[in-house]
Design a protein around this ligand. Structure first.
Ligand code: E4P
Length: 217
């Protein structure tokens, strides 16, 4: 399973990259705003800086909600850097834009996926990635992991190339369960990625090894 980090924070992106397990980055307009990145020029420069900090795919989201606007914005984003993946919302014009970019060989990430039907439509339209938001489904007492299972079954039935990018990941168990189900990618915060490191028996065992080494020297 590929690991993407879900942030626009350059320090966190660099920290995850330095860990040696990072395969890409996802951003969204809220994450960009959280970092105080506003204004078209700053936004484009920030995407470029993220691409230069990592070696994998970097999702950059369009703001337009009409087909022509998405095409114009998406083409400008894709021209920024070869690692850019154009992130398109799951709406009617978004589906048309997915098909447009797919036909042009430009990578896409269809975002705001909350049902298996939406994921099927995005795959039919040639999306490179679909982003089912599992944490936000959990937030409303629905099981986000069931959606990942449903999409996995559907994509396997028809050998769709579209990759399942489990998004809105909040904690380590989301990552582990997505890996068990067979999500192709997960995108989550640095805290969830680093949370995978932790086990009290590892800490206890290491402390013992170091103490025993000290005694013998
Ligand atoms: C996906 O690409 C989104 O950026 C993200 O995962 C949303 O996560 P949230 O529900 O924690 O905002």
């Amino acid at each position: 399973m590929k690991f993407f980090i879900d942030t626009a924070n350059l320090d966190q992106i660099k920290e995850a990259e330095a860990l040696g397990v990072l395969d890409g980055v996802t951003t969204n307009p809220s994450l960009m705003a959280k970092e105080g990145i506003t204004g078209q020029e700053n936004i484009l420069n920030h995407y470029k800086a993220i691409c230069e900090a990592v070696s994998g795919d970097v999702s950059a989201e369009v703001i337009s909600v009409d087909f022509e606007g998405m095409v114009k914005e998406g083409e400008a984003l894709a021209a920024l850097h070869p690692q850019i993946v154009v992130k398109i919302p799951m709406i009617e014009d978004g589906v048309k834009a997915l098909r447009y970019f797919s036909d042009k060989g430009i990578k896409t990430n269809c975002t705001l996926i909350f049902s298996a039907g939406q994921a099927l439509l995005a795959a039919k339209a040639g999306a490179t990635y679909v982003s089912p938001f599992i944490g936000r489904l959990d937030d409303i007492s629905m099981d986000g992991l069931i959606l990942i299972e449903e999409i996995r079954d559907i994509y396997d039935n028809y050998a769709f190339d579209t990759e399942i990018l489990a998004a809105s990941v909040r904690h380590t168990m989301h990552i582990i369960n997505c890996a068990k189900i067979g999500a192709d990618v997960m995108t989550g915060p640095l805290s969830a990625i680093k949370g995978l490191l932790n086990h009290p028996l590892t800490d206890k065992g290491l402390a013992q090894f170091l103490a025993d080494h000290k005694k013998g020297n």
